[in-house]
Ligand binder design. Structure first.
Ligand code: LLP
Length: 419
């Protein structure tokens, strides 16, 4: 069994007990399962095998070098959202031809670097950006391949903070405007539209909106081709969700079964940009109980409730605070203590610094370890130094052993930037 499982009382990652890893590496600590990353990547690849496709893993979900190298070894390409992510992808061994560059606010310097490197495509967000790309291409005597990021006005039915496909969202070019824009762009000789792109949101657990977006892209591609454009690929973005609470959600096979019949009509190749679906369940944040306190009771007849104050909080994992995201939180070694309702909270001076509320756990004790599950995506990458806290270490479990893939930050690392 791969991933995070219970063996007896102990939570293990690919068979390695988390308490053993935490004892050696300290907490807070991100632990990743290489076997899970590989299995989830391959599941997407196999699900789309019926159609020429490329998987451009979305670096924003987790771009630790060792994880990128693992994905590259599996055949993945890369989706980068900043010049930082482009450079990190290249340091992990991806070639520019394996990188698509997305992003709602690419600066001229970022565009120039991407053009100089010759990334596979720049996914453009506006006509203004096309003009800037053309000017930069002219200065360089080169021609740049772009994909138009389309805003299909499809409701992804996910958290509003991570919904991007509605016309009221800041992303992409309204789908109705694209035919005229495409016609105008064909008059430009240094910018070539080779693809259409849509990413309607993240943590999507209903395939219907993804199907609607695919339909919109295919219909648009057909209209543009009829008008003389040469569309080589459709980029259907990322967005496929995972189950954070254990309830069933569509997997890669369900997603492919729903969108492939539509995408195949286009006759062109498909680009996917999955992030979360590949990496979220492959990671856990391991954190230690620092203090346990009884919470003030709302009424005298209620059972006592507790706060377990952890050594990780919003600085290590901001998703619960930012999106009210639910993550399962489990004791690493289950005890026989009586079950109590506990708020698992962080150490920061904000009441919203809470990892999970009202969790029924064996009464926690200081020193015990907990694992916050499904935190491989948008966990470590969104960590911060607020309160001068240091970024956690990260380890990758592979073939029954673990190795540190990012050491814990030190205060000297942080202060190296300051005078
Ligand atoms: N492609 C584009 C253009 C994107 O903007 C994103 C994510 C992806 C691909 C990957 O999406 P995924 O497959 O991971 O859903 N911090 C938030 C998620 C933000 C997602 C932003 N864009 C969270 O923690 O839920």
């Amino acid at each position: 069994m791969i991933g995070f499982q219970r063996e007896g009382a102990s939570l293990v990652c690919d068979g390695v007990p988390l308490d053993r890893i935490a004892a050696a590496e300290g907490t807070p600590l991100y632990v990743y399962s290489a076997a899970t990353i590989a299995a989830r990547y391959r599941a997407i690849d196999e699900a789309f095998a019926g159609c020429p496709h490329r998987i451009h893993y979305a670096l924003k979900a987790n771009s630790t070098l060792a994880i990128l190298r693992l994905l590259r070894s599996l055949g993945s390409s890369a989706d980068a959202n900043s010049i930082g992510e482009i450079d990190v992808a290249m340091r992990a061994g991806f070639t520019p031809a394996q990188i698509v560059f997305t992003g709602v606010g690419k600066t001229p310097a970022e565009l120039a670097r991407a053009i100089d490197l010759g990334v596979r495509t720049v996914n453009v967000e506006s006509e203004g950006e096309i003009e800037r790309i053309e000017a930069l291409s002219r200065e360089r005597g080169t021609r740049t391949r772009i994909a138009i990021r389309v805003n299909p006005d499809v409701d992804a039915r996910t958290h509003p903070h991570i919904s991007t496909g509605l016309k009221t969202n800041k992303f992409g070019i309204p789908i109705g405007d694209v035919p005229a824009l495409s016609a105008r762009t064909r008059g430009r000789d240094l910018v070539e539209i080779v693809g259409l792109h849509a990413h309607i949101g993240s943590q999507i657990t209903d395939v219907a909106p993804l199907v609607n977006a695919a339909r919109a892209l295919v219909d648009l591609a057909r209209a543009l081709s009829a008008a003389g454009a040469t569309i080589e690929h459709l980029d259907i973005g990322g967005g496929l969700g995972v189950s954070y609470d254990g309830a069933p959600v569509p997997g890669a096979a369900d997603y492919a079964a729903a969108v492939l019949p539509i995408l195949r009509e286009s006759g062109v190749s498909i680009v996917l940009e999955p992030g979360r679906h590949v990496i979220a369940p492959a990671g856990a944040l391991v954190t230690r109980v620092v203090d346990v306190k009884e919470a003030g009771a709302e009424s005298a007849d209620r059972a006592p409730r507790f706060f377990a104050v952890m050594d990780a909080g919003m600085t290590e994992l901001i998703r619960p605070m930012l999106y009210h995201a639910f993550h399962r939180i489990e004791p690493v070694v289950r005890t026989n203590a009586p079950l109590v309702s506990t708020d698992i909270v962080g150490p920061l001076c904000e009441s919203s610094d809470t990892l999970g509320r009202d969790r029924i756990v064996p009464k926690p004790e200081p020193g015990e370890l907990y694992a916050v599950l499904d935190t491989g995506a948008y966990g470590s990458v969104m960590a911060s130094n607020y309160n001068r806290r240091l970024l956690p270490a990260e380890v990758l479990v592979e073939d029954g052993a673990w190795r540190v893939i990012r050491r814990r930050q030190t205060l000297d690392d942080v202060l190296a930037l300051e005078v």
